[in-house]
Design a protein around this ligand. Structure first.
Ligand code: ASP
Length: 406
């Protein structure tokens, strides 16, 4: 019998997980005690491989470019793509928020309390990308710092020449081994995805979701539109890639992002999907994707646009056009500073609300359903990263076109 593709197997795990989760809505505790550990096992396995994978593949990627100018060009393209698509995403979120009025008719519950964690400032974020101790960066799995360190090693290997070869061979071998470990872990993905989604569905029954259905629909619709309009157009325009092929190729990573709500934890799968299914070269994907998992968050930005309007509507505040433009700017910056872990976008939402003087109490309402919104926005965050890798690879002549997506 022909074995089902990994995409199909993960999809089956996801759908079964949603169905089984519905049966547990009356006893979410049982789901989290007995089923969640199998999901956590999967997350731990994936997280185990992130640091060696990113470090080794990026060192090899940077060294094989063999030219600092090319690396700089790729960097600028990547950043431009990330910033523009993110700004578009917030704008789309604001437009939908204005049309669909998700906060109209809602009132603040009396017991609404906020515990606001402090969002890091932009300068802190920028300075923080250079590691003062690369080993600590690896211990903390700080992706931006690892990227900077890996690029330095890669460039230096090229400059050193012959003497750098043994280190390059070491990282090359480590990268191959890391890819193999990812492939082994992915065999467990369908069960992992199933076990991750069951407790989430169980904990978010109709009683939790229904009152805020309008916000949920607005965010999900926005995410679908952003993917359908922006990514389809970009991969077609720059890479002449059929959008269906693109989404099929990105599907394992999209499902993984949806269930884990973490761009970082999805990174090994995004890299595999973009290389194996879409034909992006290792040197591009190993640079564009780790960077994207950390700074490119289109879904998060879109969500922040919708939520800012939602909060304004709940409090009966009219936002002027110029205030909404401030939101575009702050949400774009905030999404760069958002870590690729569950719930990080909610913390950064404080920054966006504060930028236009909206009451932070609004966050208490969103908090109750944030996980459900997080699943959609993380899925879009990761899809945006993968689309970015396709676009940059195509413009650098580093896209293999004969790949047929499974
Ligand atoms: N969970 C999102 C991510 O990992 C970040 C967020 O909370 O918006 O991409």
């Amino acid at each position: 019998m022909k074995r089902l593709s990994i995409t199909t197997r993960i999809l089956i795990g996801l759908v079964l997980g949603i169905i089984v989760g519905l049966f547990f809505t009356s006893s979410p505790g049982t789901a989290s005690t007995y089923i969640k550990p199998f999901g956590d096992l999967f997350l731990n396995l994936i997280k185990m491989i992130i640091v060696p994978l990113v470090l080794s593949s990026l060192v090899v990627g940077a060294a094989s470019t063999g030219d600092v100018g090319k690396l700089g060009r790729i960097g600028i393209k990547t950043l431009a793509y990330y910033l523009l698509t993110t700004a578009f995403a917030v704008t789309l979120g604001l437009i939908l928020g204005n049309i669909l009025d998700p906060g109209l008719g809602m009132t603040l519950p009396h017991d609404a309390k906020v515990e606001v964690s402090k969002a890091p400032s932009i300068v802190e974020t920028l300075l923080g990308i250079v590691p003062t101790n690369p080993v600590k960066a690896m211990v903390d799995a700080n992706m931006l710092q690892i990227i900077v360190f890996a690029i330095f090693i890669g460039i230096a290997i090229t400059l050193v020449g012959e003497k750098g070869k043994p280190v390059l061979n070491f990282f090359d071998s480590l990268a191959e081994i890391s890819y193999k470990i990812v492939a082994i872990i992915m065999e467990y993905a369908p069960i992992g995805v199933f076990a991750l989604i069951v407790p989430v569905v169980a904990a978010n029954g109709p009683a939790v979701l229904l009152p805020l259905l309008k916000v949920i629909i607005t965010v999900y619709l926005g995410c679908a539109l952003h993917a359908g309009l922006v990514y389809s157009t970009l991969v077609w325009l720059f890479a002449r890639m059929n959008p269906i092929k693109f989404f099929k190729g990105a599907a394992p990573a999209m499902m993984m992002a949806f269930t884990t709500s973490s761009s970082s934890a999805t990174l090994p799968v995004s890299m595999e999907s973009s290389e194996k299914n879409l034909g992006v070269s290792k040197s591009i994907s190993s640079f564009v994707l780790p960077l994207g998992a950390t700074i490119n968050m289109d879904g998060t930005a879109l969500y922040q646009g919708v939520c800012a309007l939602f909060v304004a509507q709940v409090f009966g505040i009219d936002l002027t056009i110029s205030q909404q433009m401030v939101i575009v700017l702050t949400a774009t910056l905030a999404s760069i500073g958002t870590a690729g872990v569950p719930g990080a976008g909610l913390i950064m939402l404080t920054m966006v609300l504060q930028s236009v003087g909206l009451p932070l109490e609004g966050i208490a309402i969103i908090g109750g359903i944030d996980r459900i919104l997080d699943m959609a926005r993380t899925c879009i965050n990761v899809t945006g990263d993968i689309a970015g890798s396709v676009v940059v690879a195509a413009t650098e002549g580093e896209l293999k076109r004969d790949i047929t997506s499974k």
